[in-house]
Design a protein around this ligand. Structure first.
Ligand code: UD1
Length: 396
């Protein structure tokens, strides 16, 4: 039986980039006497190699609950998660719901939680819940607290579904755990009460440090036959790059040009693979011996490729941060980034498709940007998150 004083904390995991964010928090929480972490997987990412392998690498147990949502339009996916998660919290009655990042499930779970309300039971600790009055002024209702980890990031580009998810999640959260000072400033500029904002640092670096020894011991780059410091890693999945045939064709032509001199490794996201197949572009990529086309990789294997590469070409958020942390040049194929600290202090540069070849040549000539490791990107973010939780849940 769960002791009376134990708080239940839902950790919402949905898509690939979420798993590296909940893992350090889960590990920091699992031995705490006052709280019980419950992993809720919404099932937004469902393939073995987009989900299960990450649980294994990050030493996470199987999710306590799997909502099995799967694929759909934005509204379908968001709506299905909301309905399923509302049903779950009405029964499970967690004290705190932790949502991470910016995927559809992040918003869906925050929104479902913000609007739910249930009657107190005598056993339930009432000290930290958000109080609401029933319309008749009778029994008290309450809802769990909502915390957003990786709050405050903004690309200022509302055509990105993730930007909508970030803004709306931050409006709903009771506590906003931010990775960098720009995030704090964005939230204050949007009118968020500064008392809710707590800078905890970058949680992704905790996963990286937790698994550093395994990543360094992994020999995946050797298995592929590429030489340390002599190849580039490519990842692409943003709709702006991969849903438009012209952009995707130009990207493929550029990769093929670069691969004439430098080996490239390209683990392909399911969205990108579907489009490459549909537009008939995959066979040429596969035929190219110096371009290694792969299925999505596990965390340890992928990070082993990043640790040993000369540069990365990407449109992912996480890789901009990991390369900055490791001091590896990164070309981000986007017009903007919600992670400006990686450009201002780190090794990241925003790049248009037509400029990639020249920028890669500059990197190969030794044009590494100087970098500073951003403040609080130190592998100790989860400890700060847990300390903040204790304060929030009034654990003494
Ligand atoms: C989602 C997130 C994005 C994140 C990315 C990382 C949103 C709005 N987008 O984008 O922020 O950077 O994940 O991967 O939440 N698919 C599979 N197998 C899977 C998962 C997806 O085949 O395990 C297919 C889907 O069926 C769909 C496509 O890939 O056709 C895209 O998946 P979806 O979850 O809609 O968005 P992502 O592009 O992955």
């Amino acid at each position: 039986m769960i002791p009376e004083f134990e708080k239940t904390i839902h950790l919402i995991a949905a898509a690939r980039p979420n798993f590296m964010k909940i893992a350090p928090v889960y590990h920091a929480l699992k031995d705490q006497k006052w709280g019980k972490p419950v992993i809720v997987h919404t099932g937004q990412h469902y393939d073995l190699n987009m989900s299960d392998v990450f649980f294994k690498d990050l030493q996470l147990p199987d999710p306590d609950v799997h909502l099995g949502i799967g694929n759909g339009t934005h509204a379908e996916q968001t709506g299905r998660v909301m309905v399923a998660y509302e049903r779950l919290i009405m029964n499970a009655r967690p004290d705190l719901v932790v949502v991470v990042g910016d995927v559809n499930s992040t918003l869906a779970c925050a929104l479902a939680t913000a609007k739910v309300s249930f009657r107190y039971t005598d056993e339930q600790d009432q000290t930290t819940a958000i109080m609401q009055k029933t319309p008749t002024g009778g029994a008290k209702l309450h809802r769990p607290l909502i915390a957003h980890l990786e709050a405050g990031l903004r690309s200022f580009d509302r055509t990105m579904p993730e930007e909508i998810n970030r803004i709306t999640t931050d409006v709903l959260a009771d506590v906003l755990w931010t990775p960098s000072s720009d995030a704090d400033e964005n939230l204050v500029a949007e009118g968020i009460n500064p008392a809710k904002i707590i800078r905890v640092g970058n949680i992704m670096m905790d996963s990286l440090e937790m698994l550093r020894a395994k990543i360094e011991a992994e020999q995946f780059h050797k298995e592929l036959g590429v030489k340390k410091g002599n190849y580039g890693v490519v990842t692409l999945h943003r709709p702006s790059n991969v849903d438009n045939p012209e952009a995707l064709r130009a990207l493929c032509a550029t990769l093929s040009q670069i691969s004439k001199n430098t080996a490239l490794v390209f683990p392909i996201h399911p969205r990108t693979r579907k489009n490459l197949e549909q537009f008939g572009m995959l066979p040429d990529l596969i035929r190219n011996d110096n371009l290694h086309v792969l299925e999505p990789l596990s965390y340890v294997r992928f990070m082993n490729l990043i640790f040993n590469c000369r540069f990365a070409i990407t449109d992912s958020g996480g890789i901009q941060e990991e390369t900055t942390y490791l001091g590896i040049p990164c070309l981000t194929i986007r017009d903007n980034t919600e992670r400006p600290v990686t450009v201002l202090q780190g090794t990241n540069q925003l790049c248009k498709i037509e400029d990639i070849e020249n920028r890669v040549s500059a990197v190969l000539r030794g044009g590494n940007k100087k970098r500073v490791k951003p403040e609080l990107w130190d592998g100790r973010t989860a400890a700060r998150v847990v300390a903040s939780m204790q304060e929030l849940l009034r654990i003494t």
